[in-house]
Design a protein around this ligand. Structure first.
Ligand SMILES: NC(=O)c1ccc[n+]([C@@H]2O[C@H](COP(=O)([O-])OP(=O)(O)OC[C@H]3O[C@@H](n4cnc5c(N)ncnc54)[C@H](O)[C@@H]3O)[C@@H](O)[C@H]2O)c1
Length: 441
């Protein structure tokens, strides 16, 4: 394939070297005359392991060239990579200045050629960039419509500086954002020689995954550094504690707890975060990241409460009261907190939770619920049908698999706000049989 790479910084230079190695013909384009001149001479414009030899070999073999001439590069190539910088702007938001400029220059050059052209976004850009920003710029500048001589894909780069060449050849996966119904054959072919799972997804999902990855890496580092410092202040070898912590691949280093949804609660997580913060406090150890966890959790409850208020319906049924399905543990359940807020604001509330039988609650669990929601028995319904009678809005916190069919059958025109992502409800919503709102899906 003939490929033009726009922006030959850390990402673009690696693309130039590695695409050449895969047998493609490549031309690097940059605003910096110095970088263009270096690449043209076979010298890497960046310091990065293994890239120098690849660039030198590519130029020597005539497969890799460089230019500052956008029009010539687009005219010569079938496909353009965009790998220009997306730094932080003055307000902390991402600056799209370079992306806008390069898209408009590439679009104008496409308008002046007669053959089809594909544009592939490698830079890290916010969700919505393809549909709301770059495709409109390309269409306007080229005079073509997407799918008619113009194709656009989002293909975020997951390399790390220092091991970029190896990462290029062994990515965690190849992610391609594409329009619905387009299986992105051109981009698939580009990476034909790379063995990695390949996913073709909507543009916004592809754009999001790159952000999620970097934010999560930063979150992991902040957690490890803060928690490590607290442990060290108690004489613990934090590296050894973390080594063992990471050995748990069931709950710790795993997809567990990584499904976005409603707030957490229960008798362990909030309590142990509070005690860890207290340990930090006793050693005057600043832990702003860990201190933000409980406020963040509370903010989700508030957001859901506001979502309920916006519905403007006063007769509300809540499915799920214990902190998670299949237990009667009510201590610090976010659903109890939500129920309290609703009662406090005068909502008429009914609750169904098959695992919660107040008569059978004992000890701290019973004291907790009697203190938080006095007369709770009056609110609890014995069946999904009874819970739904007269309701205008249904909040689904959790509902056991065995109760789902009865709940769905008993729905009769109520709006449903699903905090759990119950697949049967989602399917009903998608089929237009109920007024359905998911929490973040
Ligand atoms: N650095 C990394 O490890 C890494 C990894 C994955 C993704 N990313 C993302 O990739 C993108 C590029 O990052 P980078 O580190 O390579 O940036 P960089 O600053 O090293 O390189 C960007 C290059 O684009 C050039 N450029 C700007 N406008 C141009 C235009 N109109 N035409 C041609 N060239 C132009 C600049 O002169 C510069 O050489 C960013 O969105 C970044 O977030 C970076």
């Amino acid at each position: 394939m003939k490929i033009s790479v726009f922006g030959i910084g850390y990402v673009g230079a690696v693309s130039c070297g590695c695409l050449g190695q895969l047998g493609h013909e490549v031309i690097g384009v940059d605003l910096s005359a110095e970088k263009v001149e270096m690449l043209a001479r076979g010298v890497s414009p960046i310091v990065e392991a293994k890239i120098g030899g690849l660039i030198e070999a590519g130029v020597a073999a005539g497969r890799l060239r460089a230019t500052g001439d956008v029009e010539a590069a687009v005219a010569w190539s079938d496909l353009s990579f965009i790998s220009v910088g997306t730094p932080s702007g003055a307000d902390g938001g991402v600056s799209m200045v370079a992306v806008d400029k390069v898209a408009s220059a590439i679009g104008a050059a496409i308008g002046r050629k007669s053959t089809p052209h594909t544009v592939v976004m490698r830079s890290t850009v916010p969700p919505g960039t393809a549909e709301d920003r770059v495709i409109p710029i390309l269409e306007q500048a080229s005079g073509r419509k997407l799918g008619h001589g113009l194709a656009y894909y989002s293909n975020p780069e997951f390399l790390r500086e220092g091991t970029a060449v190896d990462d290029f050849h062994a990515p965690p996966f190849t992610l391609i954002g594409a329009p619905a119904g387009d299986d992105a054959v051109v981009v698939r072919e580009l990476y034909g020689a790379i063995e990695a799972p390949l996913h073709v997804v909507p543009y916004r999902v592809a754009e999001s995954v790159k952000y999620l990855s970097n934010v999560f890496h930063a979150v992991k580092l902040a957690f490890a550094n803060e928690a490590g410092a607290v442990l060290a202040s108690y004489g613990v070898d934090a590296r050894e504690a973390f080594r063992l912590f990471c050995e748990d691949r069931t709950l710790n280093i795993s997809p567990a707890y990584l499904r976005p949804g409603f707030a957490f609660g229960g008798s362990c997580l909030p309590k142990d975060i509070r005690s860890f913060l207290a340990l930090a406090g006793q050693k005057s150890m600043p832990v702003p990241f860990l201190a933000g966890v409980l406020p963040s959790n509370q903010a989700i409850i508030e957001r859901v409460f506001e979502g309920i208020a916006r519905h403007g319906r006063r007769r509300v049924t809540l499915f799920g009261l214990s902190f998670k399905s299949g237990t009667d543990d009510l201590r610090e359940s976010p659903f109890v907190i939500l129920a309290e807020r609703l009662i406090g604001r005068g909502y008429e509330l009914r609750i169904f939770d098959r695992s919660v039988n107040v008569a059978r609650l004992v000890g701290a669990n019973r004291q907790y619920i009697e203190r938080e929601i006095p007369h709770i028995e009056r609110l609890l319904a014995a069946s999904p049908e009874a819970a739904l009678e007269g309701a205008e809005l249904v909040i689904v916190g959790h509902v056991a698999k065995g109760d789902r069919a009865a709940m769905i059958a008993a729905l009769s025109g109520q709006a449903v706000f699903d905090l759990a992502g119950v697949p049967e409800l989602q399917a009903h919503g998608a089929a237009g049989r109920i007024e359905y709102q998911g929490l973040c899906w």
